[in-house]
Design a protein around this ligand. Structure first.
Ligand code: GLC
Length: 525
């Protein structure tokens, strides 16, 4: 793989997001692990992806699926060892696949040694300065320091007991109480992250997905907020808990470390809607890439899809950055279900995959999308693990429905995912027809379709060039052309549409008499 600074490897890469708990289990404990991923690199290579994004695998008590890290420079035994990680990187590299890891700089686990020290060291200590401790409001400080809710429900503040046994200060946690927010005004916090980044980069990792990249800096004085809609994923630009201007200095510092490794990439989780504010994260000395979630948030509607694409392109154009596209991840409902479920949802998911793969920039595919997996909305309550379920008083089921393990083979659960009798979340029996084994032998399956699409995207020069030109078309259809010639047509309307002149490279549904059926897409050159 060659890459230059003018044309870095990640600019048009297809990243495959692995949710390690749910990809493949090698040791029979019902939970996926690093050796399981390594054992399936053939599958990923054959699929045709260029890089893997690995959700957190560092040591963690797993209060939030690993996003509560107690030692950022280690591997959790649930997933394996540092040797397993080294072996995965080496084997992936041998196949030309890059590996990026998830880092979680906004918070640690309460089991991180720093947090124990902070509680033990008492008020005003240096150890407490690594987190955001404050005295409470009201008589005896019995009220939280401000009115911020946690993303997972309840207050964003938890009161500790001081070492002398008295009711004490409160600490901030934008997420679960097991995830105390770090104080990014303390230089030690940055120094530690820098050590972590170098630790993994020196082991051969190709970059990082930066968790909550828009949340690290907090507004001066931690004022009360006015937003009342705190539903999970109800992102709002007016939410002062996120996107504080001070965050950009932090990204500049992170970038300096990353630049010590010329081919490394950073991709930020940036839930910011406003194009100008989003673009600021991608200035030349900040993040390389940031997730643009517009496509994942957009319904299957021609106008909405076109708007999402236009806005995503605009957001990066001003700063000359690379666009990114994704239909889903481990936090959102799977696209097949969002688009209506069943055969319709699946047809639309196929069509939207063609849209994202036709666009300029980097694409992120969430594991299982290529199998057309639906969201599992009826998981039994007693298996739900997302902290949102408990924290919301059982009003938010949370994100487990998109984290159900992958079905690999055989006719009954757990479908070769594990040799244990049960996987950590149960796999629906009717996924028997969605296993990798079944789909790979069927040329019309979702996985065969993804494979064909990824091959064309990698091999055909018509996919080249920046930006898109919109072509006229009937209402309900979206048509765009890439500078080197590829035309993508999406039919989100109720009736078949005529295709423009050209040779069809791929279509997500059979074309009859030159007409592209509803809920489908085609590529032409
Ligand atoms: C990000 C992750 C999500 C996690 C949260 C807290 O949004 O994608 O899964 O719960 O950060 O770390």
């Amino acid at each position: 793989m060659t890459a230059t600074s003018e044309h870095p490897w990640w600019r048009e890469a297809v990243f495959y997001q692995v949710y390690p708990r749910s990809f493949a289990d090698s040791n029979g404990d019902g939970v996926g692990d690093l050796a399981g991923i390594r054992a399936h690199l053939d599958y990923l290579e054959d699929l045709g992806i260029q890089a893997i994004w690995l959700c957190p695998v560092m040591r963690s008590p797993m209060a939030d699926g690993g996003y509560d890290v107690s030692d950022p420079r280690s591997i959790d035994p649930l997933f394996g060892s540092l040797d397993d990680m080294d072996a995965l990187i080496a084997d992936a590299h041998a196949r030309g696949i890059r590996v990026i890891m998830d880092v979680v700089p906004n918070h640690t686990s309460i089991e991180h040694p720093w947090f124990g020290e902070a509680v033990a060291a008492g008020r005003g200590s240096r150890a407490r300065e690594r987190y955001i401790f404050r005295d409470g409001r009201g008589i005896h400080g019995s009220e939280p320091p401000n009115n911020w809710p946690s993303i997972f429900g309840g207050s964003a503040w938890t009161r500790i007991t001081e070492p002398d046994g008295s009711p004490g200060q409160w600490y901030l946690h934008l997420f679960a109480p097991e995830q105390p927010d770090l104080n990014w005004e303390n230089p030690e916090v940055f120094e530690d992250l820098a050590t972590t980044l170098r630790f993994w980069l020196d082991r051969g990792v190709d970059g990082f997905r930066i968790d909550v990249a828009h949340g690290l800096a907090k507004p001066e004085g931690l004022p009360d907020m006015t937003i009342t809609d705190n539903r999970l994923l109800a992102h709002n630009d007016a939410d002062i808990r996120f996107n504080d201007e001070g965050v950009h200095d932090i990204h500049r510092k992170i970038r300096k470390v990353i630049d010590e490794y010329p081919e490394a990439v950073t991709i930020g989780e940036v839930w910011v809607d406003d194009n100008a504010r989003f673009g600021r994260y991608l200035r030349a000395d900040e993040l390389h890439l940031a997730f643009n979630f517009r496509l994942a948030e957009t319904k299957f509607d021609a106008r909405a899809v076109r708007d999402a694409i236009e806005n995503s392109l605009l957001a990066v154009a001003e700063v000359g950055a690379t666009p990114t596209w994704t239909l889903s991840n481990h936090d959102v409902r799977r696209e097949v279900s969002r688009y209506g479920g069943g055969p319709v949802g699946e047809a639309r998911a196929r069509a939207m995959a063609m849209v994202e793969l036709a666009l300029p920039g980097a694409v992120f595919i969430y594991n299982g999308s290529e199998l057309g997996l639906p969201n599992v909305d009826d998981l039994p309550e007693d298996v739900l693990q997302d902290p949102a379920w408990e924290r919301s008083g059982h009003t938010e089921r949370g994100r487990d429905g998109c984290r159900v393990p992958l079905p690999w083979k055989a006719a009954t659960p757990p479908f070769g995912f594990t040799t244990a009798a049960r996987s950590w979340l149960p796999i629906p029996p009717d996924w028997a027809d969605r296993t990798v084994e079944r789909q790979r032998s069927d040329p019309s399956s979702m996985v065969s379709f993804y494979r064909a699409a990824l091959r064309l995207r990698a091999e055909r020069t018509e996919f080249g060039g920046a930006g898109v030109v919109w072509l006229p078309g009937p209402s309900g259809a979206v048509l765009f052309q890439r500078p080197r010639g590829l035309i993508c047509v999406l039919n989100a309307g109720p009736t078949p549409v005529e295709l423009p002149a050209g040779n069809v490279l791929l279509a997500s549904a059979p074309i009859v008499d030159g007409l592209l059926p509803t809920d489908s897409a085609a590529w032409l050159v």
